[in-house]
Design a protein around this ligand. Sequence first.
Ligand SMILES: [Fe+2]
Length: 190
Amino acid sequence: MGPHDNDLLMNFRQDPSQGHSQGLPQGERIIMFGRVVDQFGKPVPHTLVEMWQANAGGRYRHKNDSYLAPLDPNFGGVGRCLTDDQGVYRFRTIKPGPYPWPNDMNSWRPAHIHVSVTGPSISSRLITQMYFEGDPLIPLCPIVHTLKDPEAVETMIGRLDMANSKPMDCLAYRFDIVVRGELQTYFENQ
Ligand SMILES: [Fe+2]
């Protein structure tokens, strides 16, 4: 695990000493954090949380993504960390942009961050997405429309958390992940 693995503002930045003028990614600086807990609210400590996302324009750094929005030379879009003793994980990143969903005409994915967490057993990799509270694209999302339980989307929404924002620096979104039980987060691979 590298020192900037959970810091997407830093982990792909061009080195200004190499003649690059820019040093930070474009976009709204945010903190994404939360607790990974089991069905009793007990923390899941020292578990791997991985995330990947589009840049501020809605473009992934991936060869199959040909969306019009430009790549950002200072943004890779991938992070990872381990939860601490209390099950808390934390990333620093930019808010991703929405992007068009090519399977339908004029269909868009809301801003979202893909998240994978290694669950209580090492063999269980749970994959979900975090949406952003208040995004008007959430109820229009083609993926949300495929959910059998309409309330499942509520478990996938990161909540604006002013108390954990950093004044003059970053807004914060809290996204707790419940790995099993009745209040379980919706996982797309289960
Ligand atoms: Fe995506």
